[in-house]
Design a protein around this ligand. Structure first.
Ligand code: 6GU
Length: 226
């Protein structure tokens, strides 16, 4: 999979892809992430990429021309399955969306900034708009990192067996059961004896029941979609 991320401040996104599991995914050639600095597509020597909105109002708007040039250059190189605009107005990211995107070949992620982007960019290029939740960030960059992480970890070979995505919270619409490691007793707090029973069937049933109880308490909405 190849992800091209367009942003006015690409430096903001460096470290998540240079560390740990995502770094290894890149080194193994399972994912490629390329950053594109919008300033390079600026109209003038001052590097202008934003301007005041028509009709007035506070804040600046990312201009259509630098964005169109950047996206068109990329599209001239290869076919893209999705051109995603990260925006609080978008569809809220969930595991289903991450799963869907994880089988794509080439994706562009466009990070909004300031007040947003000229509507004509959306009309011309954007195939999907995604938000990462009902709160406002300073820009789409952190959201792009979240989205890319949620997708890349699903690519075959990225996770090893122990980290397997199949047992994740949410993969089956259930939250995770409690987990423990050594020691067996800490400050009087004991690991539930069922986990020490060595009986896989009993353990699995207990974990499923715990997961159901926790989901019922914290996120009953997840059970309604089952
Ligand atoms: Cl994608 N962008 C911004 N600026 N804020 C957000 C968001 C995106 N998702 C949630 N909040």
């Amino acid at each position: 999979m190849r992800i091209d991320i367009i942003s006015a401040v690409p430096d903001l996104m460096e470290s998540p892809f240079r560390t740990s599991i995502l770094k290894r995914a890149m080194e193994k050639g399972l994912a490629e992430v390329h950053f594109h600095n919008l300033r390079k597509y600026a109209l003038n020597k001052y590097g202008q990429i934003d301007d005041a909105p028509y009709g007035g109002g506070a804040g600046m708007v990312l201009m259509v021309e630098p964005l169109d040039r950047c996206i068109s250059d990329l599209k001239a190189e290869r076919d893209y399955d999705e051109v995603i605009y990260l925006t609080p107005d978008g569809e809220t990211l969930n595991q289903r969306i991450a799963n869907t995107l994880s089988i794509k070949e080439n994706i562009i992620m466009l990070c909004g900034h300031y007040k947003g982007i000229d509507q004509r960019v959306r009309d011309m290029h954007i195939t999907r708009e995604i938000s990462i939740g009902d709160y406002v960030l300073t820009g789409g960059e952190l959201a792009a990192c979240v989205l890319a992480d949620s997708v890349i970890r699903l690519l075959p070979g990225v996770l090893n067996d122990e980290q397997s995505a199949l047992t994740d919270s949410f993969q089956d619409n259930l939250l995770a059961p409690p987990i423990y490691t050594r020691p067996e007793v800490y400050k009087g707090l004991k690991v539930p004896s069922v986990l020490l029973s060595g009986n896989p069937k009993v353990i699995e049933d207990w974990e499923h029941e715990q997961a159901l109880n926790i989901t019922r308490t914290r996120r009953p909405d997840l059970l309604e979609n089952k």
